[in-house]
Write a new protein. Structure first.
Length: 307
């Protein structure tokens, strides 16, 4: 996401005071991450730049013109949805805090985005990731990272934020801080526990408050470093550089659904607030079933002599 063009908006305008209060609300009460708050700030400032007037006077037609202008600029549907969601949340906050009587963005609809199914590994590919023997400390660390992504379905930010004290390897659990600073307990399989024990034996600073995964020296590893490491692993084990954290998380959920069929349990394991987010994996599972049918069922394809 590009940085907001704040130079166009005077910091002395009263609208900026409202926006800052809204951002404080997101940070303190909603406990949103810095990245998320930055995104809301960018989108609301973008609307302010477009509208150019007192934000308290905006009407529904102004919000509609704003989304239309974004579309004319070539923005994709998902980007327009994100912008509208931020503006709508801002005006909802104004109504809740009695600064406005009605939300002018409540009835505006963003264009529908085509839902892309996430790419996942098949079970053979997943097994190949763990074929190599981990001997060096960096390889042992990589194995533990892989196990947490694929074995516990963690998000990139969740894994990077883990401290040693968040693990209970006796019980096979990890205390994870997810979106909105919500905590959950993620179960760890025996292979994950084994990989983590091996890494902790190599850890440069094995104290409860220390970051679980370190980069250079004793500093916490950055999300970007994890992404780069996964790409290298993908090249070595799978022959391409498309491996990324969310692919492993998607693979975790898809393979679990194929085995159990329990969507509610997978929702809890992934830390999804809304089950509709989890339901994308039913599409992935159905896709895999149709492939099996097409490949194996005698009625899937017409024989040459069939009319």
């Amino acid at each position: 996401m590009s940085k907001p063009e704040t130079s166009q908006v005077s910091t002395t305008r009263p609208e900026n005071g409202l926006i800052n209060l809204f951002l404080d609300y997101l940070t303190i009460e909603k406990r949103y991450s810095k990245h998320t708050v930055y995104g809301y700030r960018h989108e609301v400032k973008r609307f302010l730049k477009f509208y150019g007037k007192d934000l308290l006077n905006a009407q529904n037609r102004d919000i509609t013109r704003f989304t239309a202008s974004l579309k004319s600029q070539g923005l994709q549907a998902k980007s327009i949805q994100r912008a509208l969601s931020a503006v709508r949340s801002f005006y909802t906050w104004l109504v809740v805090t009695n600064k406005l009587q009605a939300n002018p963005a409540s009835t505006t609809r963003a264009p529908k985005a085509k839902r892309k199914l996430p790419k996942v590994l098949d079970t053979d590919q997943a097994a190949r990731l763990f074929d190599a023997q981990a001997k060096k400390p960096s390889e042992i660390k990589d194995r533990a990272i892989l196990e947490l992504f694929y074995g516990a379905g963690l998000r990139l930010s969740e894994l990077a934020q883990l401290n040693i004290g968040d693990l209970d390897l006796t019980q096979g659990l990890a205390r994870v801080t997810g979106k909105g600073s919500k905590e959950r307990l993620a179960p760890l399989g025996s292979q994950s526990v084994k990989a983590l024990q091996a890494w902790l034996a190599q850890h440069p600073k094995a104290e409860r408050e220390a970051p679980l995964f370190t980069g250079r020296g004793e500093k916490r590893i950055s999300p970007r470093s994890i992404q780069v490491r996964l790409k290298k692993i993908g090249v070595a084990q799978l022959g391409d550089d498309s491996l990324h954290p969310h692919m492993l998380r998607h693979s975790f959920a898809t393979h679990l659904l194929e085995s159990s069929g329990d969507l509610r349990a997978i929702q809890e394991l992934l830390g999804h607030a809304d089950i509709t987010t989890t339901q994308i994996y039913t599409h992935l599972d159905f896709q895999s079933l149709t492939k099996v049918y097409d490949a194996a069922h005698p009625r899937a394809h017409k024989r040459p002599e069939d009319p």
